[in-house]
Ligand binder design. Structure first.
Ligand code: ADP
Ligand code: MG
Length: 238
């Protein structure tokens, strides 16, 4: 069953059409990676799923519900960005808890959720620190923690690792894969890095100039690229 279904999605910014007409099904529980060169429309597509950007035409379904007119907060999604804007004056625990406080959740349940998220992300020893006392990787974990506590049905990631150095990126990839295994939610992950796509995805969506070139499991794209673009992009070493 598709968890996220984009039907005839078209997006224009003023007179410029950046996404012509896209159909895409994102299977429930999958780790789907949208990959393609800079400027090809990955962030725009993700922002439309999140509700931060409106499609010019077409519909978006999440979990079988047409959410095209829904506010971001009512879509059952959570988004993690590249620039993890943490609140500098709050501790790690307060940062993770912030969204739950806004939801007016009872304190006992909030505490349990924050503790559970901290455990999953190896943040337990850091809960009382301020963001300025954390490494880049630790900050990114806190940003992911803020998503996890809200129990979203769908996680959206826009190049969350691109500000980290190579070693940390590799480590965070492993942790993201483990997280996906342990919580089993649908994850939609944007990157321009084909190595990241190949290692994380169970489904890869290759985009080029606003269009979808090919959709399939990593090895299928590698073994059987259907366009020259896919062959060149997936096959080229970083
Ligand atoms: P990617 O994330 O793949 O790098 P984007 O989705 O950010 O690509 O951008 C796709 C295209 O849409 C680019 O040509 C970009 O300049 C354009 N674009 C993105 N956001 C806006 C906007 N708010 N206004 C005008 N053009 C935009
Ligand atoms: Mg982008």
């Amino acid at each position: 069953m598709a968890d996220v279904h984009l039907r005839h999605i078209n997006k224009c910014f003023g007179p410029i059409e950046v996404i012509p007409d896209i159909e895409l099904e994102i299977p429930h529980g999958s780790f789907t990676v949208l990959v393609g060169p800079s400027g090809c429309g990955k962030s725009t597509l993700l922002r439309m799923i999140a509700g931060l950007e409106k499609p010019t035409s077409g519909t978006i379904e999440i979990g079988g519900t047409d959410v095209t007119g829904f506010e971001p907060s009512n879509r059952g999604i959570s988004m993690v960005f590249q620039s993890y804007a943490l609140y500098p004056h709050m501790t790690v625990a307060q940062n993770i808890d912030f969204g739950l406080r806004l939801m007016k959740m009872p304190a006992a349940e909030r505490e349990e959720r924050v503790r559970d998220a901290a455990k999953r992300l190896h943040l337990e020893p850091l809960l009382d620190r301020k963001p300025s006392e954390l490494s880049g990787g630790q900050r990114q974990r806190v940003a992911i923690g803020r998503s996890i506590v809200r129990n979203p049905k769908v996680f959206l990631f826009d190049e969350p690792l691109s500000n980290l150095d190579a070693a940390l990126r590799t480590q965070m990839r492993v942790e993201l894969a483990e997280l996906h295994q342990s919580i089993g939610a649908t994850m939609v992950y944007v990157t321009h890095d084909q190595v990241e796509a190949m290692t994380l995805a169970d489904q890869i969506v290759v985009m080029n100039g606003g269009r979808i070139e090919q959709v399939g499991p990593p090895m299928e794209l590698y073994d059987n690229p259907q366009t020259e673009f896919v062959a060149a992009f997936i096959g080229s070493p970083k």
